[in-house]
Design a protein around this ligand. Structure first.
Ligand code: TEU
Ligand code: CA
Length: 546
């Protein structure tokens, strides 16, 4: 059992959350797509790992244009994943394992197949018309030059009514109009319905984009954003002791303090991306590959740790379903895969905030470099491929970017064992399994004390054991050191010292003098740690003293 008393206020400060991408986790019926019954069959695995909650990527009814981030019925389950009974069973069974279900709320947009939109596009005076964002215009002359996130114009022409609708993502994801109080009321009722079903938290998809003002070219951080969030929270989340996390690409520390204000007026915590975007140069796209500025990475983490201390709450993550795998991205997924995967875990789990583990991260799953363009499924990837070819990029260049940054790197099936298709399905998987599954899988790791899995399990348990993980302050050590990420946290006489060699060569330990015999080694990624002067490739150590 997770060991967290969830009746306590702010229980999520001590929690570790595990993200499941349902279509890639476990398939129970051989149709090649993961489903709710599949998740149900893996609750023992998750309880053994020790996590406290599952963030479930969307399972509601959806045409699956963006793998469920395009919802056509917020109060039903997509048949591909099961039905409402399965969902209720999952909520109840997970609870017995000490695991809360955190649903993914996609509130910025719906599917164009949602009944609201089907009505809205019938006529300008349809009662649902104002549920979406429309502008008059002429075919071929867009209201303005705004671009959609997955390529093309953000405006789509509907000839029947002579208007354009606004979509920040794909054409099949029309933006909801939050300025309309009826839309907000519908959303609150829907959320309360899920709370009544026993859901214990919500992740809010692109929540910083709901208060858009296309006439002013505003997408993120619109003027009414925090007004909407406070109302949303008051009408729904504040009824129950939930965990709520807002995905906010555009949040800085000042905004994060609003989102996660300790008084609880908006959300529990913010999920922001400043650290993870550092290998993208200003004004460029993520596909334009750039090296990671390591000193900047340390500065960014340190700033968030310091600024939010006592004033807000952050999420801690390296991975999710939109990001490439961290061992492949900033670590070494060959010779030092195990060492570097553990280093990332130790570095992150010593920080203040709520850690998120994305499925397979606890095994050190890697990017998939064997994919040809035909193997990809993600709408963002496929659209970008077409656009860049048209712009004259070489196929080779594009494939290099995809192997490094495609969202499908995170979406290959979970690797359970060495049997066909990694034990994910008995059928044909909707997306191919990473060919390295015979080596990297659950069965190989779950009973091995030296595995990446074991390292994650230990780190999760430590967060429950020592208060310094939750409440300790933060000081970055050796900020100018080009190889080592090291910091110390202190709370009530407890001290936590973390030292990580971020690179694949041996380096001097810049804080060797801080390690003395009074310090207990809580966690590390090499079995023998007697020499405190030298750090081996990707060596990471976590020390504690009281
Ligand atoms: O992601 C928000 C988002 O901005 C991403 O699409 C991001 O731009 C992209 O992944 C970077 O490459 C959320 C969901 O997490 C994502 O899966 C959805 O596609 C998107 O919203 C639309 O709902
Ligand atoms: Ca299935």
């Amino acid at each position: 059992m997770s060991g967290i008393d969830k009746s306590k206020e702010k229980w999520w400060k001590r929690a570790v959350i595990y993200q499941i991408y349902p279509r890639s986790f476990c398939d129970s019926n051989g149709d090649g797509i993961g489903d709710l019954k599949g998740i149900l069959s893996k609750l023992d695995y998750l309880e053994n790992l020790g996590i406290d909650a599952i963030w479930l990527s969307p399972v509601c009814k959806s045409p699956q244009d963006d793998n469920g981030y395009d919802i056509s019925d917020y109060q039903d389950i997509d048949p591909m994943f099961g039905n409402l009974d399965d969902m209720e069973r999952l909520i109840a069974e997970a609870k017995k394992h000490g695991i809360s279900i955190v649903m993914d709320l996609v509130l910025n947009h719906s599917s164009d197949e949602h009944p609201w939109f089907l009505e809205a596009k019938k006529s300008k005076d349809n009662p649902y018309h104002d549920y979406y964002v429309w502008r008059d215009g002429k075919e071929g002359i867009y209201p303005n030059d705004m671009r959609a996130c997955f390529g093309g114009s953000a405006w789509e022409w509907v000839p029947e009514i002579g208007q354009y609708y606004f979509h920040q993502f794909s054409v099949k994801q029309p933006d909801l109009n939050w300025d309309n109080p009826k839309v907000r009321r519908e959303i609150y009722d829907m959320i309360n319905w899920w709370i009544d079903k026993g859901v214990e938290g919500f992740r809010l998809d692109v929540i910083d984009q709901i208060a858009k003002e296309p006439d002013n070219h505003i997408t993120g951080n619109g003027p009414r954003l925090h007004e909407f969030l406070r109302e949303l929270s008051k009408e729904t989340f504040q009824r129950a002791n939930l965990v709520t996390v807002g995905e906010a690409w555009g949040a800085d520390t000042e905004r994060a303090k609003l989102y996660s204000d300790p008084a609880g007026s908006e959300l529990s915590m913010v999920f922001q991306f400043e650290h993870i975007c550092l290998d993208q140069l200003p004004g460029q796209e993520k596909w334009d590959l750039a090296p990671l500025p390591f000193l900047k990475l340390k500065e960014v983490f340190a700033r968030w740790q310091k600024e939010l201390y006592g004033k807000g709450w952050n999420s801690l993550f390296w991975n999710n379903h939109d990001l490439p795998r961290i061992v492949s991205r900033w670590g070494n997924d060959q010779k030092y895969r195990v060492e570097s995967a553990k280093m990332f875990a130790i570095l992150l789990h010593g920080l203040q905030g709520t850690p998120y583990i994305y499925q397979g991260e606890e095994l050190g799953m890697t990017n998939v470099t064997s994919f040809e363009i035909e193997d990809y499924r993600d709408i963002e990837t496929l659209n970008m491929y077409r656009e860049r070819l048209e712009k004259g990029y070489s196929k080779e260049d594009i494939m290099t970017s995809l192997h490094k940054k495609s969202r499908d790197n995170a979406r290959t099936p979970m690797q359970w064992d060495a049997s066909d298709n990694a034990g994910f399905t008995t059928g044909t998987p909707w997306i191919q399994v990473n060919p390295n599954y015979k080596e990297i899988n659950v069965v190989n790791q779950v009973n091995d004390e030296d595995s990446i899995f074991a390292c994650y399990k230990k780190l999760i348990a430590l967060r429950k054991e020592y208060d310094v993980f939750v409440d300790g302050d933060f000081e970055l050590l050796a900020p100018e050191n080009e190889k080592v990420f090291t910091y110390v946290r202190t709370y009530n006489g407890e001290q936590l010292l973390v030292i990580c060699n971020f690179y694949g060569d041996t380096t001097e330990n810049p804080v060797a003098e801080k390690v003395d015999s009074t310090m207990k080694l809580l966690c590390s990624n090499y079995s023998e740690c007697s020499d405190s002067q030298i750090l081996r490739p990707y060596e990471a150590r976590m020390y504690f003293k009281k």
